[in-house]
Ligand binder design. Structure first.
Ligand code: ADP
Ligand code: MG
Length: 608
């Protein structure tokens, strides 16, 4: 006899209902139905453990798509439901059978393993279906199998079912506009996205008329019920980590290294984070961090849980204490989530430190790949900076890697100033002038370095840490005091006229390198400022403060000091261009001018 009824709603749970209907992705119904099946199996296992049910075998969930019938069927061999239970759990929206079950069978280890919570997931089936049929048979002896049918999720019919085996099967008659889920390929993709690591084996198959001579296909298992992160780190081999990485992130490159998070206190949190090989300059979208709740996929890249700079990593994090469906604003304000993010950050910093302390050689090899990430992290998060500080290294032009401490120790006395080049090839000449004096020059060549060194100077302001580009000052390359006075004034005028730059400063110094006529230096701060404003695409351009430093010991400089007129101007222009070229390429106009002048000089040399 069929029985007719309408669904009732638990008033106190009405709020989550509304939120739940705001599922943004339609395909979430797959996750909900599968997790209900997984819950039904977990519950059954728990009854077996409590001695209240006989051990079943081959616990599994099957998903079958039947394109011709227009149906998707989810079948599990879990606990099943009696007619009364169907009325209670299914027909009352926002009444969770999971909660009731947990009250009765409280797990001893604290971790429930049951996914259900709000009592709403089942209704997501109506987002894609014009009719939903449940056939279920309870594990309880003597209970008849029942069938529940509803077309709108509001009114339903119940009648006896011919289901013989323990468990539940849910058949969705898909809406015409949702037939995409009948494609086996789409179904597989969706299952893989949401259920790749669900704790119960899940098999997918399709009903198909076999073509002549074709064997019917066996159902395929699409999930890995024992994901690597659940294992004890000491039980996992290196290759397993690599294999997991390739499989889950579809990255052909090898990961550099990884962190296996395995905490029970203060958080119940497990997961694996990989440091991928970054392509030169990173883009923010490079990484993927998948968040799971008890092996059920929640979302990718939730920045409230994972600090933004860690998004460059790839990994999976499983945290059973995070609710499955929560709004982002909730996460943002949640103290627990904040602590969790801080914990993950600390673990990443610690891993870098350990790697540095115990495998420095390897660490140095990785450094070129990971440094933009580490630097970005330092800028974004003071605590991260404080922790990884000892593991920050700098590559020198000689190909060595040194810490700031090591650099300072080698440089000896005085306030700590780090010499650096932002372009090893173009600044080769300036670099050589310093290395010839026995000084180390570090290479800071990526986009983030400008911001990073400004950050460091600020963070270490008490140490008076300074970074100077090789063309920022000539102090270390000259000796004694420079000459000024009339000679200086006359030369300044001569060069300003020859170069066409009224702001140009000219200084006379004695160079340690005898054969060099002049150098161009640019004030560090004004140059950085100009570069940053260019980086941010500002229209306004800030002039760099340039100084031409002449070697007063050099005959050409001496000669210039006593000459004027056109010939002196041409020589001055040539001296300036040569000095400028030692630090960066000439701009187009100056280059043309330089070549023309150089050709003329050659003619003069042979007396034409
Ligand atoms: P929740 O899973 O959050 O409790 P759902 O709306 O997903 O809420 O499901 C409501 C209830 O219906 C479940 O708690 C469970 O008691 C029952 N249920 C749903 N699907 C199944 C199933 N496949 N087997 C047994 N019981 C089920
Ligand atoms: Mg559920």
């Amino acid at each position: 006899m069929a029985e007719r009824g309408t669904i009732s709603i638990h008033a106190e749970n009405i709020m989550p209902v509304i939120k739940k209907w705001l599922y943004s992705d339609k395909d979430i119904f797959v996750r909900e139905l599968i997790s209900n099946g997984a819950d039904a199996i977990s519950k059954y296992k728990r009854l077996v453990a409590a001695g209240e049910a006989e051990k079943g075998d081959d616990y599994r969930i099957d998903v079958v798509c039947d394109e011709k019938a227009g149906t998707l069927t989810f079948t599990d061999n879990g606990i099943g439901m009696t007619a009364d239970e169907v009325k209670r759990y299914i027909a009352q929206v926002a009444f969770s059978g999971a909660e009731e079950f947990l009250k009765k069978y409280k797990p001893e280890d604290g971790e429930s393993g049951i996914i259900g919570h709000f009592g709403l997931g089942f209704y997501s089936a109506f987002m894609v279906s014009k009719k939903v049929v449940i056939d279920t048979k309870s594990y309880l002896e003597g209970e008849e199998a029942v069938r529940w049918v509803s077309e709108d999720g509001m009114a339903y019919d119940m009648e006896p079912s011919d289901r013989a085996a323990r468990g539940t099967s849910i058949t969705l008659h898909l809406n015409d506009e949702d037939r995409e889920f009948l494609s086996f390929w789409t179904l597989r993709q969706t299952l893989e996205k949401h259920c790749q690591f669900m704790p119960v084996p899940i098999f997918a198959s399709e009903v198909k008329e076999p073509k002549d001579g074709e064997e019917p296909k066996e159902p395929e298992q699409i999930n890995d019920a024992n994901p690597l992160w659940l294992k004890r780190p000491s039980d996992v081999a290196e290759d397993e980590y690599r294999e997991f990485y390739h499989k889950v992130f579809h990255d052909f490159e090898e990961p550099l290294f990884w962190i296996h998070l395995n905490a029970e206190y203060p958080f119940n949190l497990k997961g694996i984070l990989y440091f991928p090989k970054l392509k030169n300059e990173f883009t923010a979208s490079e990484g993927t961090i998948k968040l799971y709740n008890n092996q059920v996929f929640v979302a990718d890249n939730i920045k409230e849980v994972i600090p933004e700079f860690l998004m460059l990593l790839k990994g999976a994090i499983d945290c059973p204490d995070l609710p499955l469906n929560v709004s982002r604003s909730f996460l943002q304000n949640d103290g627990y989530v904040k602590k969790m993010a801080a914990y993950i950050t600390r673990k990443v910093a610690d891993r870098l430190l350990t790697e540095f302390n115990t495998h420095r050689e390897d660490y140095q090899k990785y450094w070129d790949d990971i440094h933009p990430f580490v630097k970005y992290g330092c800028i974004r998060d003071d605590k991260f900076y404080e922790r990884v500080k000892p593991a920050l290294i700098y590559k020198t032009s000689a190909g060595e890697y040194v810490t700031l401490e090591e650099y300072k120790n080698r440089a000896g006395e005085g306030e700590p100033t780090v010499l650096y080049a932002s372009d090893e090839k173009r600044q080769a000449q300036m670099i050589r002038l310093y290395t010839d004096q026995g000084k180390d020059v570090v290479l800071l060549e990526t986009l983030i370095d400008n911001n990073f060194i400004s950050f460091l100077e600020y963070a270490e302001r008490e140490q008076k840490l300074k970074f100077l580009r090789v063309d920022a000052a000539a102090d270390a390359l000259t000796e004694g005091k420079g000459a000024g006075g009339d000679a200086g004034k006359r030369l300044t005028e001569l060069f300003r006229k020859a170069v066409g730059d009224e702001q140009l400063e000219v200084e006379l110094k004695s160079f340690k390198a005898d054969d060099l006529i002049a150098m161009v230096t640019v004030d560090e701060q004004s140059r950085r400022f100009a570069e940053m404003s260019r980086q941010w695409g500002r229209e306004m351009s800030f002039p760099e403060k340039r100084t031409l430093v002449l070697n007063q010991k050099h005959p050409v400089a001496k000669w210039l000091g006593s000459q004027e007129g056109e010939r002196a101007e041409r020589v001055a222009a040539q001296v300036f261009d040569l000095a400028e070229m030692a630090r960066q390429p000439l701009v187009a106009d100056r280059m043309v001018e330089f070549l023309r002048r150089s050709n003329a000089l050659l003619s003069m040399l042979i007396g034409e």
